[in-house]
Design a protein around this ligand. Structure first.
Ligand code: FES
Length: 182
């Protein structure tokens, strides 16, 4: 395994004047979530969810704001946010294409689906199109092995996919339509 070293101490955190953790979010955390937990750390996952739901990702500034509000260490926030791959630590496209790469979908040709998307959008897995419209990722089993290969287009499951099917769905999203589920 190769070790990757990062000069984290010299990382510049981009900041904006307006806080990410809004007064309404703080209020919600204080009233709805904090009373449920013995320690404020318990409300960390809901706080991260709130920010990601609002902005699509979790900026560093937001992590610092969450740490301050919950009176925990910023390192606890980044350790948690970077542990779960469902949390986005960099901006993603407006639409997320998540193709299952686990064994049933692999047997049923997920690679052709991924390749078709890569060719159409001109991006690799983990990348976002220049217009910010689509991000492509691969995920582990989506729990629909009997209808493999499958993918999530945003939050909608598309089953028994073909390369043609997913390309058509992308065109429909681009045209502002909700693609039919297959
Ligand atoms: S392996 Fe793809 S849904 Fe289970």
């Amino acid at each position: 395994m190769a070790w990757i070293t990062k000069n984290s101490a010299a990382t510049r955190i981009e900041r904006r004047d307006q806080p990410y953790l809004t007064a309404a979010m703080k209020d919600d955390l204080s009233k709805r979530f904090l009373p449920r937990y013995e320690r404020t750390l318990g409300a960390l996952l809901p706080a991260l969810h709130m920010v990601q739901h609002e902005y699509g990702w979790i900026p560093h500034q937001a992590m610092i704001e969450i740490a301050a509000h919950l009176k925990i260490s910023p390192s606890d926030v980044i350790d948690t946010a970077s542990f779960y791959e469902e949390y986005w630590l960099h901006p993603k496209g407006k639409h997320l294409i998540s193709i299952c790469r686990s064994i049933a979908c692999e047997f049923c040709g997920h690679e052709k689906i991924t390749q078709a998307v890569k060719d159409k959008l001109g991006i690799d897995v983990g990348e976002t199109t220049d217009d910010g419209l689509f991000t492509l990722i691969e995920l582990e089993c989506l729990g629909s092995c009997d209808t493999a290969p499958v993918a999530l287009l945003d939050e909608n499951l598309h089953e028994r996919l073909t390369p043609e099917g997913i390309l058509k769905a992308i065109d429909q999203i681009r045209a502002g339509k909700q693609p039919a589920h297959h």
